[in-house]
Design a protein around this ligand. Structure first.
Ligand code: SF4
Length: 347
């Protein structure tokens, strides 16, 4: 497999040279009481995260092996599951912060309840070359409502997914590992409403396989904390720079600020691959300022995929500027703009 600058650790996991992050989190000992409130649990999480980073450093420098670490009574990953379990009672996994009790049957914007609703799970060959074959789980339910969504209506309606038990997903992950998949790719819809389920299944799994968080970037700062020490590659979309475009096309108010915060967090935590979908009529208000921001904040070596395959899916035909494919000259304009900005690691 070709080495990819900026995804170096991911490549090492694929080559079985280092363990996936979630396996390390399972070996970090943490003492906590499940009855504590969420604030206290996050305070313990903050300290445990530093322990995780120190251990990761030792493992990557080969001064420590994963198997040198005992399996603790309670682990960093157990703590994450306990926090996520509490969030299910007042949901703030995404920035909509509905604060509804999903365990009591209440539904928020995404309409995801307690069941793990999946509308597809299979090897995927359409991702970036370093990611394929990618064992991809398409989860039903989303935190945005993009009028051009290619996977709607399944992506936005949990009722159209099939309920899977965590144990079934664990068995599927292990089968995918055994058949040579390079990673487990949690996508949707959005993986965000399923943060609890994802952490839970990883707590049951033992295979050394890279974990990908494939997201629209609209998750809360609490979810961002829970992902640290678990995610090997953040595969993040940056959709809008102009919040008015986000409001009009995805029913979301503060997209730019949330996406920007999560890109910076992901970049500081682990490895990051960013996707920018270029949409007709949104070159100057979104694509260009997003690229400029990415270059300024995340540097020239950011692994970046500028997508030119937009087509007017789902309800896009109701929006004049979106009711056509992107022209080749528009794509070239954006690519030239990115090259002028100095990006050196374009997909
Ligand atoms: S994940 Fe769903 S229920 Fe939770 S805050 Fe977001 S939209 Fe609301």
């Amino acid at each position: 497999m070709q080495s990819v600058k900026s995804l170096e650790r991911y490549v090492k996991i694929v080559n079985r040279e280092v363990p996936a992050r979630y396996l390390i989190s399972k070996r970090i000992e943490v003492n906590f009481d499940e009855q504590s409130d969420i604030k206290e649990l996050f305070a313990i999480h903050k300290n445990a995260l530093q322990k995780f980073y120190a251990t990761l450093k030792k493992i990557d420098s080969r001064s420590l092996k994963l198997n040198d670490l005992k399996i603790p009574k309670k682990s960093f990953l157990d703590l994450k599951v306990a926090i996520a379990d509490k969030i299910m009672e007042s949901c703030i996994f995404c920035e909509r912060r509905c604060k509804i009790n999903r365990k009591a049957g209440k539904l928020g914007f995404c309409k995801v309840g307690t069941e793990w609703k999946i509308f597809g799970a299979h090897p995927h060959f359409g991702e970036e070359s370093e990611l394929v074959p990618s064992a991809t789980i398409f989860q039903a339910g989303c935190t945005l409502r993009c009028v051009y969504c290619q996977n709607a209506p399944h992506s936005i309606d949990p009722e159209l997914g099939v309920a899977y038990k965590v144990g079934d997903v664990k068995n599927w992950i292990e089968r995918m590992f055994d058949t040579g998949m390079r990673n487990i790719n949690f996508v949707g819809g959005s993986p965000t409403p399923y943060t609890y389920h994802i952490l839970k299944v990883l707590n049951l799994t033992e295979k050394n396989i890279a974990i990908i968080w494939n997201s629209n970037s609209y998750y809360s700062k609490e979810t961002a904390e829970l992902l640290k020490g678990v995610i090997d590659v953040y595969l993040l979309d940056f959709r809008y720079y102009n919040n008015k475009c986000g409001e009009k096309l995805s029913m979301v108010k503060n997209y730019r600020e949330v996406a920007a915060r999560n890109h910076i967090q992901a970049f500081g935590d682990s490895e990051l691959l960013v996707r920018v979908l270029v949409m007709p009529g949104h070159l100057d208000c979104d694509a260009k300022p997003i690229l400029k921001w990415l270059r300024e904040k995340l540097g020239e070596n950011l692994r970046l995929n500028i997508l030119g395959q937009y087509w007017p899916a789902w309800k896009a035909s109701n929006y004049k500027e979106l009711n056509r494919r992107l022209k080749i000259e528009e794509y070239k304009e954006i690519m030239n703009y990115a090259k002028k900005l100095g990006f050196k690691n374009l997909v």
